[in-house]
Design a binder for this molecule. Structure first.
Ligand SMILES: C[S@@+](CC[C@H](N)C(=O)[O-])C[C@H]1O[C@@H](n2cnc3c(N)ncnc32)[C@H](O)[C@@H]1O
Length: 313
């Protein structure tokens, strides 16, 4: 395990691109349960079925590592040995991720090594030159369209696989609560108003250009296809059963976050948003209700190798 120095000190992180370790911990179990397992299996098959490589560890780059959710989840599902490079602008989170990786093993029980790169995600085109896989989770909504284009082009040049998981798709709903009364047009409901305000807030610049927010996963899929990748998308929604105390805590944090972001986006509608929040807490955050929050996972396999692995579009 090691920490690599980056030639440049990362610029100060944008305040809306800084994530508390406690938030990442709160969402970790829901993330693990939501990930689209079929994409991980397909990736693993592809990695195993590639033409023989010189004996070396699989090289995996994880963007926006945070506390290390991706290596923790993926290492044991992928063949090994593995060499992970964990990239983030938050040195504290990187240190936690590195410590966590010491105990990881691959699917076959082989060594999983890790190094960290403390830098911004405005990476040079050569950043993935030797990678077999580039992955990211819960990150993509922060980037803009030119970033995605550069990312897809770099990965195509490297001939590496891409797995980007848990990107929000902008949808959520409370299942198990009374439906909207007949006669109320969907666009007039407070849910739709708050959702639209939150999604607009997500599109603000978080340090990587005007963010794509809920459109990012679909945009990534299109970029990868344009660069010859075979692309699979699969839903990975959170299904938060509010009878479970941990899932109820996550749901409450979400509803509070939606209120705060919607109010910041539409300050003139603060009273409407506050009333929506109060009703949510009083009438919806109860055992028996399931809060569904939409996410998408995207797997891209580079053209030549994908066809050898027998995976169709
Ligand atoms: C929502 S967290 C996801 C963390 C982790 N992948 C997970 O699934 O739990 C997004 C991560 O991206 C990092 N990040 C955001 N913008 C960044 C940037 N411009 N450069 C480097 N890291 C960034 C944050 O520090 C944070 O760790």
């Amino acid at each position: 395990m090691s920490t690599a120095a980056h030639p440049d000190t990362p610029p100060a992180a944008h305040p809306e691109a800084v994530f508390a370790a406690s938030w990442l911990e709160l969402r970790a179990a829901a993330d693990r349960a939501a990930r689209a397992a079929q994409l991980e299996e397909r990736l693993s098959d592809w990695l195993r079925s590639r033409p023989p490589q010189p004996p070396r560890a699989l090289r995996i780059v994880d963007l926006g590592t945070g506390r290390g959710a991706n290596p923790v989840h993926l290492a044991s599902r992928l063949p090994g040995p593995q060499q992970w490079t964990l990239i983030d602008h938050d040195a504290g989170l990187l240190a936690r991720a590195l410590a966590t990786c010491t105990s990881l093993r691959s699917a076959g029980g082989e060594v999983v090594a890790a190094q960290t790169l403390h830098c911004d995600l405005q990476l040079p085109a050569s950043a993935f030159a030797h990678a077999d896989l580039v992955c990211a989770s819960a990150l993509l909504d922060l980037v803009d369209a030119p970033w995605l284009e550069r990312f897809a082009a770099s990965c195509a040049t490297a001939g590496c696989a891409v797995l980007v998981t848990l990107s929000v798709d902008g949808h959520w709903r409370f299942a198990g609560t009374p439906p909207t009364p007949p006669g109320v047009a969907a666009e007039q409901t407070d849910d739709d108003f708050v959702r639209a305000a939150f999604n607009a807030h997500q599109r603000r610049d978080k340090g990587l250009g005007p963010a794509l927010g809920p459109d990012a996963a679909a945009a990534l899929a299109a970029c990868l296809r344009a660069h010859g990748f075979t692309v699979d998308c699969a839903p990975s929604p959170w299904q938060l059963a509010l009878g479970d105390p941990a899932q109820a805590r996550l749901a409450r944090a979400l509803v509070d976050g939606w209120r705060d972001a919607a109010s910041a986006q539409c300050p003139d509608a603060h009273a409407r948003i506050a009333a929506w929040h109060a009703r949510c807490v009083a009438e919806r955050l109860h055992p028996g209700v399931v809060l569904e929050v939409g996410h998408l996972d995207v797997l891209g396999l580079p053209a030549g190798r994908a066809s050898r692995a027998g995976s169709g579009p």
